[in-house]
Design a protein around this ligand. Sequence first.
Ligand SMILES: NC(=O)c1ccc[n+]([C@@H]2O[C@H](COP(=O)([O-])OP(=O)(O)OC[C@H]3O[C@@H](n4cnc5c(N)ncnc54)[C@H](O)[C@@H]3O)[C@@H](O)[C@H]2O)c1
Length: 316
Amino acid sequence: MGALDGRVAIITGAASGIGREYARLFSREGASVVAVDLHAPEALVAELVDAGGRALAVGGDVSSWDDAHRFVSATVDAFGDLHVVVNNAGGGPLALMSNMTEQQWDDQIRVNLKGNFCCTRAAVDYWLGRRDASHEVKASVINTTSGAGLFGNPESSAYGAAKAGAAAFTVIAALELRGSGIRVNAVAPAARTPTSGEGTDDVVARFMRAPDDPSEFDQWHPGNISPIVGYLATADCPITGEVFHARGGVVGHFEGWTIGGTLEIGRRWTIAEIAEQLPAVLAAAPSRDNAGGAAYASLRNALRTDRLGPDEAGPA
Ligand SMILES: NC(=O)c1ccc[n+]([C@@H]2O[C@H](COP(=O)([O-])OP(=O)(O)OC[C@H]3O[C@@H](n4cnc5c(N)ncnc54)[C@H](O)[C@@H]3O)[C@@H](O)[C@H]2O)c1
């Protein structure tokens, strides 16, 4: 008996990296998997079917409204229903903001932000259309965000803004869909894949290298992200509107932007008053240096130092 028996799931960006591992775990846990990527991931689907699973490969662009609706109709045609959408497709290339072209900006926002919206919207159309007294919707959307946006990495002004936007989209969509049976959550993964420079000599790729000793736990293996996403996809998971970080053996809960230290005066402030009093608020604020835990913070710090140099890198 698998945790996802009877569930039908669309997994985007399934041809590679983290998405391919999602597809493998979902299939092992009994889900019917619709593997979506720019080119239909036929090899992955053959692997899943050979192992006894039910799977379909579909090609298309997650940021296309028409393609997103086609993913849903192909899923329902093949498997008779849809329960889960994992909006995983996304990625670089990255560039410093001062070098970024308008086209690069638009491409990053389109794939990493609009892609979550198009595929969610197409599925929500289907689910809301199915709601009636005889049919209880137990649907789950899992979007993909990134520490690059939630914490801020260099070369990620567009990618990170899109990914932070995906987290905001998640919280708002979950709120709007409250009571509909459709849950929406997001995961910020960190793992060794082409997106994180796998196979190159880049600082992030070096950080995420597999251990030399194969008996050691491989904390940057992309398969480590799958269990939390699998749990969020289960029919009876109650969680909605939350954002999680996942890497290695770590599942962290993002507590998001919050208002910490506050100045309050009961009338309009003057610039001079703010200039005098704001430094104390910032000095009393908790350091962001260790946000996300020491291992993750040291990865971010290595990246910042590599890209910006030690003098300009600032806090992790
Ligand atoms: N690897 C990490 O450490 C990390 C960190 C934070 C976020 N992420 C995010 O996790 C997700 C998975 O990335 P990954 O690391 O496995 O990288 P990956 O490059 O191995 O996989 C991304 C997949 O998405 C597909 N894709 C890209 N644009 C698409 C589009 N418009 N339509 C359909 N498919 C498209 C690619 O073809 C590829 O197969 C991405 O959204 C990425 O931004 C990864």
